[in-house]
Design a protein around this ligand. Structure first.
Ligand code: GLN
Length: 224
């Protein structure tokens, strides 16, 4: 049993260190006895069709536009996807970059507009989807408005998240979006395991990584 983790356009979507999400998934898969391969895909290359988990990270506006253009036509809807910040925004119907409205990939029914100010700092949410508090660090100018009926990833306890509705992120099928950097999976191992379970189509045998659990608990306690 093995899984392929596709890290998309790290040269564009790597500004905020979200590349670490792939490493956490591979590490925890290994602890559960599942071999994992990380496949790095440049924006000049086609995305492989045979990935099990697809990862999009945060970026500055110009890089975000380039990445989005390169991804046009790829069908994310039926896949397991984790998209952070800029990666999350481009999955919507539209977003702004450099003050100009841009067409998104239309995977999640939502739009991102310029926020009243930049949202920067520690963030904590409670996620009914992952069933736990999630912590991270956010740094974005965009405010994301979910269409009615779109499930958020969680309810904001501290910070801004989407900047609207008191929520962060969105979940559609196996497509997960969030504003949490960290990398989010290093801060929240339960979220990593959920993505692995969705990719494998079965429950993961107990992953034993006490340091990751300690780190997650510490951040949850420190961010009030
Ligand atoms: N450029 C986007 C914004 O400022 C995304 C930033 C990010 O990915 N951290 O809203």
């Amino acid at each position: 049993m093995s899984i392929r983790i596709v890290r998309i356009h790290n040269e564009l979507l790597g500004t905020y260190g979200d590349r670490g999400n792939a490493d956490v998934l591979a590490f925890r898969a290994g602890l559960a006895g599942v071999k994992a391969h990380i496949v790095d895909v440049s924006y000049r290359d086609e995305l492989p069709d045979d990935g099990d988990i697809y990862l999009l990270g945060g970026a500055e506006d110009a890089a975000q536009v380039l990445s989005c253009k390169a991804l046009k036509g790829f069908d994310f809807t039926s896949r397991v996807v984790l998209a952070v910040c800029a990666g999350f925004q481009i999955l919507g119907n539209s977003y702004f970059a450099g003050g100009v409205k841009q067409e998104g990939l239309g995977v999640i029914d939502m739009e991102t507009i310029p926020g009243s100010s930049r949202f920067v700092g520690d963030i904590k949410i409670y996620s009914d989807v992952v069933n736990v508090e999630l912590t991270g660090f956010e740094n974005h100018g965009g405010q994301t408005n979910l269409a009615g009926g779109i499930t958020p990833l969680g309810r904001v306890i501290t910070g801004s998240g989407n900047g609207a509705g008191g929520v962060d992120g969105a979940v559609v099928g196996n497509v997960f979006g969030t504003y949490l950097h960290g990398p989010v999976l290093a801060r929240n191992p339960e979220f990593a395991d959920l993505l692995l379970e969705r990719a494998l189509g079965r429950e993961l045998s107990r992953v034993n990584d006490p340091l990751a659990d300690q780190y997650a608990a510490w951040r949850r306690a420190v961010i009030k």
